[in-house]
Design a protein around this ligand. Structure first.
Ligand code: UTP
Length: 297
């Protein structure tokens, strides 16, 4: 048995990135050479997920266009002998199938995931947030590790976690682990706890694998602040009902690049630009001079 479907929620309004996101999705903002969501899809493909269901919303059509085959552009590049640029469009030909459904009201991540139910049916599936890259240039096999954990432990859900300083836990869903190690069972999960009441400093890191039971749990939760349905509340319900939910830790090299706000967007862009094979070395030199207050020749 394997997992074939990945659900990628991209319907959020991205208000923390206004005005950049007024008429373009935050998931299409470039980080280095590629838009955020391309790294996400490449990571999914690497983990063997072949059917990608985007949960979209208003103003997100450019995501559909990005993953479509642009025959006209290919022809122009071919006629002009731009083989190097043609190679940049190779991702269009990846053996993936793309599907789209609309979240008609932005009622939170839990609601966005529930929109996938008619497509997914009763099989396990992955969820990858469209605004978060795992690892520099998306180089991470965390989803493969999560898949192995899901089948080996016969889990109801597997969630990726990363460590953050305690003063940042109040922005995330936080684990109460029932054990140690890189893979651990969850005793509970708490949405945005106060630092003093936080059960740990392990926070949810944008990747999930679910048994279809999550859809039943999502139907039973109540909306929280702002009328949003929290995915964390549904996971908590599964745990409290005796379900087996496991956490998989990101490794040290698997930093989560969340581009939901300008601070993390800028940091992600700098890291990816510095790692650019062609321009990274010169940019590094430029930044070093700039930080020392000197001018580049
Ligand atoms: P965020 O929690 O960052 O919310 O979404 P947001 O609405 O996009 O951003 P702000 O708070 O207004 O700045 C995390 C991921 O979940 C998706 C987003 O598109 C993003 O990829 N999402 C969020 C949905 O698909 N639907 C929602 O109702 C909320």
């Amino acid at each position: 048995m394997d997992i074939h479907i990945a659900v990628v929620p991209v319907a959020g309004l991205g208000t923390r990135l206004l005005p950049a996101t007024k008429s373009q999705p935050k998931e299409m903002l470039p980080i280095g050479r590629k838009p955020v969501v391309q790294y996400v899809v490449e990571e999914l493909a690497q983990a063997g997920l072949q059917r990608i269901l985007f949960i979209t919303g208003p103003g997100k059509a450019s995501i559909e266009n990005h993953f479509d085959l642009n025959a006209e552009l290919i022809q122009v590049l071919r006629e002009n002998g731009k083989e190097d640029l043609l190679a940049e469009l190779d991702f269009e030909r990846a053996p993936l199938q793309y599907f789209y459904t609309r979240q008609r009201r932005q009622l939170g991540l839990g609601h966005a995931v529930s929109c996938a139910e008619p497509f997914v049916g009763r099989q396990p599936f992955a969820v990858a947030l469209g605004d978060s890259i795992i690892g520099l240039k998306g180089a991470s096999d965390v989803l493969s590790r999560m898949k192995s954990c899901f089948f080996e432990k016969k889990a109801d859900a597997v969630i990726a976690f990363m460590e953050v300083p305690l003063d940042r836990v109040s922005a995330y869903g936080v684990a109460k682990p029932a054990g140690d190690g890189d893979i651990f069972r969850l005793a509970d999960v708490v949405e945005k706890p106060d630092r003093d009441k936080s059960p740990s400093n392990l926070v949810i890191a944008a990747r999930y694998i679910f048994d279809p039971g999550i859809f039943d749990a999502l139907k039973q939760i109540q909306p929280g602040s702002g009328g949003e349905y929290q995915l964390t509340d549904a996971i908590r319900r599964i745990i409290r009902g005796g379900g087996k939910v496991f956490g998989v830790r990101l490794t040290e090299t698997e930093r989560r690049y969340d581009v939901g706000n300008f601070k993390s967007y800028y940091k992600a862009f700098v890291d990816f630009a510095l790692s650019d094979e062609q321009h990274g070395p010169e940019l590094r030199e430029y930044l070093a001079l700039k930080l020392r207050g000197e001018k580049m020749k």
